[in-house]
Design a protein. Structure first.
Length: 277
């Protein structure tokens, strides 16, 4: 029997990676323009969807069809566009499962920074907000209410899946109080409190976060059980709780800072308590 010929090299994978930003930017722009939110109440014909999103007539058909080809929209026999099950659940800003905050931040901040990757590799210099004058990007971010709100929504978007997994998998039935350290909008403690009605929760973050956190808790119906505690987790003692959640914060510090933060977490926990990094 003849040996089948060896597979021939193909540029497919190389081109998919190299041109992957085409699909990425199409999705990011669709989120920015509110395409999936516009379709949240049901299918729309092309002209109505264009009107709702502000997409120009020349680009509309190709843009919406690109989203269709990417599997992000569906189209009925009447030509109307509709969300898929996934985009309806996760990309409609009015739904509690919305994860688009992280995509909004990717579009506004991360996408341009990654465009400067070659310069970063050559020079070793940061390409984010610090590149302009050495300012800590978080210091600038927390002074701008609009940018801060977008960042906090982004943290909810990137954390929602893991938050639900933690809420389902950790034995919270043994505990009464949980504190989310560096809570941002409160996506993690919110999901935990929703799943475990016996728990009381605390969100611990810098003072400018408080109104965004409290607004989000009110939207989830948790204002009576989950409260905000203002503080700086690098400088201040952590609030006492049976369980501490440290979400997306340990990677920001040096090795010594991480060790000090974990030591403070240990000090805040009662015997039998725990934490989820």
């Amino acid at each position: 029997m003849a040996t089948p010929p060896a597979s021939q090299p193909t540029p497919e994978k190389i081109l998919q990676i190299g041109l992957g930003f085409w699909a990425s930017k199409t999705l990011l722009s669709a989120v920015e323009l509110g395409v999936f939110t516009a379709l949240g109440d049901g299918p729309l014909p092309p002209a109505a969807l264009r009107s709702r999103t502000g997409v120009g007539e020349r680009a509309a058909r190709d843009f919406f069809d690109a989203l269709l080809a990417l599997g992000l929209l569906e189209r009925g026999a009447d030509g109307a566009y509709a969300n898929t099950a996934d985009t309806a659940l996760f990309l409609d800003r009015r739904r509690p499962g919305y994860i688009g905050g992280i995509l909004e931040m990717a579009n506004a901040r991360l996408y341009p920074f990654w465009g400067a990757l070659t310069d970063a590799l050559r020079t070793g210099r940061p390409q984010n907000e610090m590149a302009a004058g050495g300012e800590n990007p978080f210091a600038a971010l927390y002074q701008d209410p609009d940018r801060l709100r977008g960042f906090l929504r982004a943290m909810t978007g990137i954390s929602l899946g893991s938050a639900r997994a933690i809420a389902a998998g950790f034995p919270f039935d043994r505990h009464r109080v949980v504190a989310d350290i560096g809570c941002a909008q409160g996506g993690v403690v919110g999901q935990i409190a929703l799943r475990h009605p016996h728990l009381r929760g605390t969100g611990f973050d810098l003072p400018p976060v408080q109104p965004v956190f409290e607004e989000y808790m009110a939207a989830l119906g948790l204002a009576a059980r989950v409260a905000f505690h203002a503080g700086d987790f690098w400088a201040d003692p952590l609030p006492p709780a049976d369980v501490l959640v440290l979400g997306h914060i340990l990677h920001d510090g040096s090795r010594e800072e991480k060790k000090r933060l974990l030591a403070k977490a240990f000090a805040a926990l009662p015997p039998g308590g725990g934490y989820r990094p």
